[in-house]
Design a protein around this ligand. Structure first.
Ligand code: ZN
Length: 295
C-alpha cells in the first residue's frame, strides 16, 4: 500500500484527469499535536485531503491555505498544503456545543451560519495572495469544495473525501476541456467513481482503485508525490509577526512578562524572545519591507 502520496492520472479515452491522495503517517503526525474528537478529525482530515488535491490542480510555488472561521462547534479550521509537499493543519472547537450535536453531524451542524470558508494561495515570491470564498451551501465538505473547484476552474469536477482516525484520503476527477471521442466518457467515469464508499477510499491504494473502477479504460498514472507533515513556522516568521505587533506593544509585553512567548499552534513548538531579542528585532536593518503575518 502506497502511503502519504499524491498521484495524478489521466483517463485518456474519457478525456478526464484525476488525482488520488492517501495520507497516513502524515495525518497521524498532524493529530499528535491535538486531541480532537472523532467528528472534528473527520472534517479536518477531509479538508486536508481536499487542500492537497486542490494544490495539485493549480500551478504555483507557495502555500495553499483553506480556512474556516465562525462561531459554531468548530469555530476555526486551518489546513495548508505547500508546493513542496508539506502540509499542516489545526482545528478549534467548543466541547459543550459538540456534545449536543447529532452522532453524525453535517457540515452545517458543525459550523455556524456566519461561518466563512476561504481559500488563499500565497505565492513564495512575495506577490499578492489570491483569495476565493467557498460557498457553504452543501451538507458536506465534499459538496461545498466540489462546487468551488468546478467554479474556479470552469471544469466539471467530482470530489470524493474520507477521513478517520488513522487515514485521510480522497479522489478528484475533472473533465478536460478537449472534446472526447468517447462522448459518454465523463458520465461513465463519474458513475463508476460514485460507487466508491468512504471505506474504499480509506483502504484502497491507487492501483486497486484504478483497477476496480477503470480496468477497461486507458489509464496513465504519473509519479508519486510524497506528502509529509511539516510545519512552516520558523524564528524568522515569528519575528516578522512580532514586528507587525509594533515595537511599543512588544516592549509592553516584555515589561510585563519579561519575555514574549509564542507557541506554534500547528506543531506546538515554543518560541521565546527576551529583551535583547526584541531590541534586535526592531533595529531598522532587521525590519523587512514585506512582512508575512502567517507563521
Ligand atoms: Zn509550527
Amino acid at each position: 500500500m502506497e502511503k502519504d502520496s499524491l498521484r495524478r492520472f489521466i483517463l485518456a479515452n474519457m478525456q478526464v484527469r484525476g488525482e488520488w491522495i492517501h495520507l497516513d503517517a502524515t495525518w497521524q503526525a498532524l493529530l499528535t499535536n491535538n486531541d480532537y474528537p472523532d467528528v472534528v478529525k473527520k472534517i479536518l482530515g477531509e479538508a486536508l485531503a481536499a487542500v492537497v488535491l486542490l494544490s495539485a490542480t493549480v500551478k504555483y510555488q507557495g502555500s495553499l491555505i483553506l480556512q474556516i472561521k465562525g462561531s459554531g462547534a468548530v469555530h476555526l479550521l486551518v489546513v495548508q498544503a505547500d508546493s513542496d509537499g508539506s502540509v499542516r493543519g489545526l482545528a478549534r472547537y467548543k466541547d459543550d456545543v459538540l456534545s449536543n450535536l447529532p452522532v453524525e453531524p453535517s457540515l452545517p451542524d458543525l459550523l455556524s451560519e456566519d461561518a466563512m470558508m476561504v481559500i488563499t494561495i500565497q505565492p513564495n515570491n512575495g506577490s499578492k495572495p489570491y483569495q476565493g470564498i467557498v460557498a457553504l451551501n452543501g451538507d458536506t465538505m465534499q459538496a461545498c469544495l466540489q462546487a468551488y473547484f468546478e467554479q474556479s476552474e470552469q471544469l466539471a469536477t467530482r470530489l470524493y473525501l474520507a477521513a478517520d482516525t488513522s487515514t485521510c484520503a480522497g479522489m478528484l476527477l475533472q473533465r478536460l476541456p478537449e472534446q472526447a471521442d468517447d462522448k459518454d466518457g465523463w458520465n461513465r467515469a463519474t458513475i463508476l467513481a460514485d460507487t466508491l464508499s468512504e471505506q474504499d477510499l480509506l483502504t484502497w491504494d491507487h492501483d486497486m482503485l484504478l483497477q476496480r473502477l477503470y480496468h477497461e479504460e486507458q489509464v496513465t498514472l504519473f509519479d508519486r508525490k510524497e506528502i509529509r507533515f511539516q510545519c512552516t513556522c520558523s524564528v524568522a516568521r515569528i519575528e516578522g509577526a512580532i514586528q507587525s505587533l509594533g515595537e511599543a506593544e512588544a516592549q509592553d509585553i516584555i515589561n510585563q512578562q519579561g519575555h514574549i512567548q509564542v507557541d506554534c499552534e500547528f506543531c506546538n513548538k515554543d518560541y521565546r524572545f527576551d529583551r535583547v531579542d526584541i531590541k534586535r528585532i526592531f533595529t531598522p536593518a532587521a525590519i523587512k519591507p514585506f512582512q508575512n503575518s502567517t507563521h
